[in-house]
Design a protein around this ligand. Structure first.
Ligand code: BGC
Length: 508
């Protein structure tokens, strides 16, 4: 699959208008990010609803009734965690399949598949009568996420005029955060609807899924995908239509050229294993590990559960999740504004310190004041909420969007098609691990879990300091020369590659 970002990376100034049609296409495709966010946000609220627990997880419900006996363990149940995590495991498997569909059939059908998976998954989960139906529903939703997360970022970057590409990339993350917030709001309102509030909450994802399905009938296929599949004339016509100008020849030629280069690499996955691919590959994979082990999804998935743990009532806990969700959305705008001004490194380093302090304060308060039984005092509980917000803020303008942006801009063209799916799958893998393990870890480690996340934040801050170079303003195809070759550590892989090529030339 060729992921073509114009001939010189940041894009030569090809003539283009931001047409209404492109705008509509972007909106429709971005609904894919919204569904992903909705799924992330909805499970925490649903798993805190008594009607839901009584029906599917009666033992958890029983234990919750004796909550004061053990604050940290009331939700510890492998099956309950499987309800949340199964989606990500399915998405992990599906993203490889999706990557093949995306290149063989195109971005548009991949999104259509995603919306069909979403619709069936929502139907099964919201209509579930037993746990098997529920989990199968979650797995199908996971397939939707795998297909959507593969096709949507690609679609957005291929359809956007080159000058808007970076900003549009973060629109995906923005939609994810909006989806999480909507889910938090839905949770808040449906929690008071008995006995079927949880069905409404899970069923809510059907609305964006229908929008994506119907919308994907009117959007176009991307010119790159058409040209990649030898439909050059159709590709040229589509390009003319979406750019809104007559003279699209230069951009057309540049896409054809990029597709030719990409098609010469017979096996991009093999190329990905070569030393020269190591810097973006290692960074792309570790970014996902760090993103997840910073503890973000412990909060995004389980915020209501977490707030209940520290002593909030059901409603207050859901409302606090709405507050953290709003902070998440607003702070993403800060990221969009700063990323090309202060650069990536500044954001990563600043937020590591900021997130570390927040996690430590939360951990210290819980360790000091929340025993295994009893609840936090009002004042301490408020301080916990404030620092959860501070933590989410830091994540939302740095590791959140950059976890997706950096892998999309550091792979050279020849390996971009293999490298990006690897990064997406790693994200799903580590998201799965956190979703599956968090409640048990909370039970076993109690407040120590926040020190565990703090330790990871120190590691990722140091990694950013020493190993993540600045890529702000560097054209994609210059990354090798301008970023990796001069880098104190990564240059060793570049030199090895040069030597290797020299040897090859000499023996020819
Ligand atoms: C992460 C998700 C997370 C979200 C929070 C994304 O970048 O990949 O796992 O839930 O940010 O906004």
């Amino acid at each position: 699959m060729a992921v073509v970002v114009s001939a010189n990376g940041n894009g030569p100034a090809f003539e283009a208008k931001m047409t209404v049609y492109v705008f509509v296409c972007v909106l429709i495709a971005a609904v894919g990010g919204l569904i992903f966010g909705y799924d992330i946000g909805i499970s925490g609220g649903v798993t805190a609803m008594d009607d839901f627990l009584k029906k599917f997880f009666p033992t958890v419900w029983e234990r919750k009734q004796h909550a004061h006996e053990n604050n940290y363990c009331k939700y510890d149940n492998q099956h309950l965690q499987l309800f949340t995590s199964s989606l990500y495991l399915a998405a992990l498997v599906a993203s490889f399949l999706a990557s093949a569909v995306c290149s063989k059939l195109g971005r548009k059908p991949t999104m259509q598949f995603a919306s069909v998976f979403f619709l069936i998954g929502v139907g099964l989960a919201a209509g579930a009568d037993n746990i098997v139906m529920l989990i199968i529903g979650r797995i199908l939703l996971g397939f939707g996420v795998g297909f959507g997360n593969q096709a949507v970022p690609l679609f957005l970057s291929e359809i956007a005029p080159a000058q808007l590409r970076g900003g549009l990339n973060i629109v995906f993350q923005l939609m994810v955060t909006i989806g999480i917030l909507i889910a938090n709001l839905v949770n808040y309102f449906t929690a008071t609807v008995h006995p079927n509030g949880w069905r409404i909450a899970l069923g809510g994802a059907a609305i964006p899924a229908v929008i994506l399905l119907l919308g994907s009938l009117i959007i176009c296929e991307t010119p790159t995908s058409l040209i990649e599949r030898n439909k050059n004339e159709e590709g040229r016509e589509t390009l003319r239509k979406i750019r809104g100008v007559e003279d699209i020849n230069d951009e057309y030629e540049s896409i054809v050229h990029a597709c030719e280069i990409a098609s010469q690499v017979k096996d991009p996955y093999r190329k990905l294993l070569k030393p020269a691919s190591r810097p973006p590959l290692i960074i792309g994979m570790l970014l996902q590990l760090f993103q997840q082990f910073s503890g973000i999804n412990a909060i995004m998935f389980y915020a209501p559960v977490l707030f209940q743990t520290v002593g909030f009532g059901n409603n207050a806990a859901l409302l606090s999740a709405v507050i953290t969700g709003s902070i998440n959305v607003l702070s993403t705008f800060v990221g969009i504004y700063l990323v090309d001004r202060t650069g990536r490194r500044f954001l990563l380093l600043q937020s590591s310190v900021h997130m570390l302090i927040s996690q430590l304060i939360i951990g210290i308060i819980l360790a000091k004041d929340l025993g295994i039984t009893g609840t936090l005092g009002k004042a301490q509980a408020m301080v916990v909420v404030v620092f959860v917000c501070a933590y989410v803020m830091g994540f939302a303008w740095s590791w959140g969007p950059l976890g997706w942006l950096i892998p999309s801009e550091t792979f050279p063209l020849e390996t971009r098609s293999a490298g990006f799916p690897v990064a997406v799958s790693c994200n799903m893998l580590f998201t799965f691990v956190i979703a599956q393990a968090f409640l048990s870890m909370l039970c076993g480690m109690r407040s120590g879990i926040f020190f565990f996340f703090s330790a990871w934040i120190i590691v990722m801050g140091l990694f950013a300091l020493f190993f993540i170079p600045e890529t702000k303003g560097v054209a994609i195809d210059d990354v090798r020369e301008r970023v990796w070759k001069p880098h104190w550590f990564w240059k060793r892989y570049m030199l090895a590659e040069d030597d290797h090529q020299d040897v090859e030339k000499r023996t020819e």
